[in-house]
Design a protein around this ligand. Structure first.
Ligand code: MD6
Ligand code: FE
Length: 216
């Protein structure tokens, strides 16, 4: 007996609105998971994961790398996009075509046609890693959406309001889920709760997150 007899297959993409401008495309990236993880490995060979420092001097619990024309960095001088990896002084690795296609397709499915990212931030969470509430506001044009892909172990996304003090809702994110985020939601506060210990057949104890942006 197949799952289809009971309605929706668990692997079938499904759209879940979060608020005006933001939605989750459940399982959207699952069919490309192995290739995406391979490409993450290739990016990380050129530009290794590293735990950056916040302008306040704290070491982030999430390890990051980037690909594309612009990479997002944080250090004592602040948050910014730059063309070169500060570790090597070389340009960030090119954005894999597979990444570009996924981001453009997901944005379109979410109601944002014509999205062409020039920056991809790759986050790696291990058990205990978290990301505090923040706004994504280092990009030039807030009319451009953000596409955020989750791979590996599950996490709880916190989705807040326009003020840091607005109480966030909790959104569970699983392997292959994509959050598309723009329009009136573009500057909402958001974060990721402390990652729990878990095991995923493709990523072990890790959760990866790809966030695609138009930086310039
Ligand atoms: C993460 N994501 O899911 C961190 N930002 O690991 C983000 O910070 C994020 O998922 C903007 C839009 C969507 C996101
Ligand atoms: Fe963010």
């Amino acid at each position: 007996m197949t799952m289809e007899l009971f309605g929706q297959s668990p692997q079938e993409p499904r759209v879940q609105p979060l608020c005006e401008g933001a939605l989750v495309l459940r399982h959207f990236a699952v069919s490309r998971d192995v290739q995406l993880l391979e490409a993450i490995g290739q990016v990380a060979e050129q530009a290794p994961f590293r735990q950056m420092k916040t302008p306040g001097g704290h070491t982030m619990s999430v390890a990051m790398t980037c690909c594309g024309d612009w990479g997002w960095v944080t250090d004592a001088r602040g948050y910014r996009y730059q063309r070169d990896d500060p570790l090597s002084g070389e340009p960030w690795p090119a954005m894999p075509v597979l990444f570009q296609k996924l981001a453009t397709e997901a944005a379109k499915a979410g109601g944002y046609p014509g999205f062409e990212p020039d920056a991809c931030l790759v986050n790696r969470y291990q058990s205990g890693a978290r990301m505090g509430l923040h706004q994504d506001r280092d990009e030039a044009d807030f009319d451009q959406p953000i596409v955020s892909v989750s791979l590996g172990t599950p996490a709880t996304f916190q989705f807040g309001g326009m003020r840091r003090s607005d109480r966030p809702v909790r959104v569970p994110l699983e392997h292959g889920d994509i959050v598309v985020w723009g329009g009136p939601a573009r500057l909402r506060y958001h974060g990721v709760l402390t990652l729990k210990a878990a095991d995923h057949p493709l990523t072990g104890a890790c959760r990866y997150n790809l966030t695609f942006r138009r930086a310039r």
